[in-house]
Design a protein around this ligand. Structure first.
Ligand code: BTN
Length: 266
């Protein structure tokens, strides 16, 4: 257990203009995504950050559970009320993956991005992103960007042991100040969210590609009961993965989980 990430701990480290200037933290919550959504429904403003020491119902993509033990990792959600054209830029989750990869690279890890937005180190999952939007009459009302980063966790339950890692493990057993990691993450997230707002989607895709050295290699993408195998070619501007399938045809894949035929498989 390390010090809780209080407002007093975070504020002096924050280098953002608008993100996290409004910050709430809880010792335990069902899910920070649910709490941020509730606060949003109650009128909270763009840029609110909600973090928790533990989650009782932390959730991941594809209805998976996000393991959220107390006091060692980062579980936080950002409330956004995007005024920009969401259709015209890469998905927020792609930009978030880039921001996390840049931030954790500063703390001794060499991250890779697995499509669409898992952050891996040494082939194991370090961080994940869950974006949930609420719309009314096809108009986006609010978006919650939820992020989990394994920071100081030294061991994982048996089912995650071979698939998960933490910054602590990547640093050979050195604890990190979670407030400092959160402040760095928020700074990179603000930068990349601003790039989306400015419709600079190309730079997001280019940067994402730099963290995806597996492009050009054989992958499998699984979605439900369907698996597509092929060579990964590129990330499209809408976040889709372009593959050359085993018949030699190019194909766009819009959702699923990618795994490398030779390497990572979280
Ligand atoms: C994934 O990789 O499947 C996404 C994981 C997202 C986990 C974070 S932890 C903070 C926020 N609250 C949640 O319930 N989920 C996200």
């Amino acid at each position: 257990m390390t010090n809780p990430i209080t407002r007093e701990a975070l504020e002096p480290l924050l280098r953002t203009e608008w993100l996290g200037r409004n910050y709430e933290t809880r010792s335990e919550v069902d899910s920070t995504n649910s709490l941020a959504a509730r606060l949003g429904e109650a009128g909270a403003a763009h840029g609110l950050v909600v973090s928790a020491e533990s989650q009782t119902k932390g959730r991941g993509r594809m209805r998976r559970v996000w393991h959220s033990p107390a006091g060692m990792n980062l579980y936080f959600s950002i409330l956004l009320r995007p005024q920009w054209d969401l259709q015209a830029c890469p998905p927020l989750s792609i930009a978030a993956g880039v921001a996390i990869a840049e931030a954790v690279a500063q703390f001794a890890a060499t991250p890779e991005l697995k499509w669409p937005n898992d952050v891996l180190c040494n082939g194991r999952k370090l961080a994940g992103v869950l974006v949930e939007a609420t719309a009314q009459q096809r108009q986006i009302r609010q978006v919650v960007l939820g992020i989990g980063v394994n920071v100081n966790q030294s061991d994982f339950p048996a089912e995650l042991e071979q698939r998960a890692t933490s910054l602590y493990l990547m640093r050979g057993g050195a604890h990190l100040d979670r407030a400092a990691v959160l402040a760095r993450l928020l700074q990179r997230l603000e930068f990349w969210i601003d790039q989306l707002a400015l419709q600079h989607g190309g730079s997001v895709i280019e940067r994402w590609t730099e963290f995806a050295p597996w492009l050009g290699t054989a992958v499998r993408v699984t979605h439900g009961n369907t698996t597509i195998a092929g060579t990964a070619i590129a990330l499209e501007s809408n976040g889709a993965l372009r593959l050359r399938n085993e018949q030699g045809e190019e194909q766009l894949v819009h959702c699923g989980d990618a795994s490398g035929v030779m390497g990572w498989a979280c």
